[in-house]
Design a protein. Structure first.
Length: 223
């Protein structure tokens, strides 16, 4: 996480200090005990307080022996055939929270799902790149298995370009759109003909992450 890197905009200005991923190092260090329970990387929560697959803002108080944790689900980021991904607050830190449903009745289906989940976790543990998310923990709770990643994206590229287009079109942008652009440091970039400079300036970051994954022979498999 401390490897040197530089981010240049199309005009050659060094933007490294803006939105530096190393700024989140304090969060990463704090998330070494992500559950705050002292249980380490993986936590088995009390099955008498079940979580549910949810895409709505929800607060879940969970318990383990001698400790407790609250998951504050802010919003859904997407879903697949076996679960969903949520933006969640844990101990004051925003993380990406993936929930996978594993049938309690077992069988080949459950075995296959657990095999895929365990393989994903092992692969994620291998990833160490400044522009890739990091796995910080896992948990089980009845028929759900959770994977916690850091950091969580503010938005996707589609939303960013929509926000930029709305801003420059002269239309009345909504508060959420302006808040996203401000949080991304968009208004810190000198105005120019390149309206999406913050995205262009980070193409090198994206390609370096993709090159790293390819070199590591890692590919994305959805389930």
């Amino acid at each position: 996480m401390n490897a040197p890197f530089r981010v240049l905009d199309v005009g050659g200005e060094d933007l490294t200090a803006r939105g530096n991923p190393a700024d989140g190092q304090a969060d990463v260090d704090h998330l070494k005990d992500w559950s705050g329970t002292g249980k380490g990387f993986h936590v088995d929560f009390d099955s008498t307080v079940p979580l549910k697959l949810s895409e709505q803002p929800t607060i879940y108080p969970l318990k383990v022996v001698g400790a407790a944790l609250t998951l504050c689900i802010e919003r859904s980021l997407g879903r697949g055939p076996l679960g969903c991904i949520q933006k969640t607050i844990i101990n004051g830190i925003r993380v990406t929270h993936k929930q996978i449903y594993v049938p309690l009745n077992g069988g080949r289906g459950a075995e296959s799902i657990m095999h895929d989940v365990k393989r994903e976790v092992e692969i994620l543990k291998r990833i160490s790149h400044i522009h890739c998310v990091r796995i910080v923990g896992t948990y089980t709770n009845r028929e759900l298995m959770g994977i916690i990643y850091h950091p969580v994206a503010l938005c996707d590229l589609h939303t960013f370009f929509d926000d930029v287009e709305l801003f420059w079109s002269g239309s009345a942008a909504d508060a959420a759109s302006k808040d996203r652009l401000e949080a991304l440091g968009y208004f810190l970039t000198p105005s120019s003909q390149y309206k999406a400079t913050p995205a262009y300036s980070r193409i090198g970051c994206i390609t370096s992450a993709v090159a790293y994954l390819h070199a590591s022979q890692i590919k994305r498999m959805a389930y």
